[in-house]
Design a protein. Sequence first.
Length: 302
Amino acid sequence: MTGSPGLPVGASFRATVPGSTANLGPGFDALGMALARHDVVELQVIEDGLKVEVVDAGAGGVADVPTDETHLVVRAIRRACAHLDVRPPGLHLRCFNNIPHARGLGSSAAAVVSGVALGYALAGVELDDEALQLAAEFEGHADNAAASLLGGLVVAWCENGRFHAERVEPSTEIRPVVAIPAVKSSTDATRGLLPQHVPHADAAHSAGRAALSVLAITSRPELLLAATEDRLHQEYRAGAYPASSELVRTLRARGVAATISGAGPTVLALTTTGILPPEVGVEGFDVAELGVDLTGVQVAAQ
């Protein structure tokens, strides 16, 4: 395959992309927030072929990650390059995975966003609204992808098959804490636990609390506990990760705005202190304060 003009062998780029948390309680498929735990992907244009190296940079194991054309970053690069009519002769990728896989911290969305951003870098084009469309198409919703792309708090939606998102500045008082269990969870599997229909009262409750969440996270942290109360999805999926669900209930009973992060099983606590109550048992969880990433994906030439 002939490379595109202006794309010399040896050209290289480095993408740094944040993980994310989605839903934030009631904002199912609509609210997302970027977290300061990052994957890094280094890309170099080579004469031909594909070489993928995967490095565990703290994600807790990457043995199941493919190193061929099915790798998610590679697929996203190919998709972006096709959209932008860029034809690199060959690619060498080094993927440093720091976002845990299958834990509800947006690892797949981060991989896609890094690939799309690198495709744009290969084309010499600035990221635009179409970048979100390309990234969100992989998962069918834009909450995690928009957070990794834009940083901060995002409100995402889909209209007539087009994905959209608006970035909102979170309060500097918000100090997220995550409790990551060793067990994994599949987004597809947990979505399968959701009912086709929910009571009208529960839907109305979630709509109001999702709107309140935006206010609480941006300027009124004292409202976080009420704002993160969910009736739309978490209880239906509680059996998939009982320890995480019990931790959420325990924390909320002590006034902590705790939710399941994305499809789980990670527990997200939106605090203003950066710590969990010392009397709450967190055995079996890796607990850490993660700042809110405010910049989103960053790509630089090397």
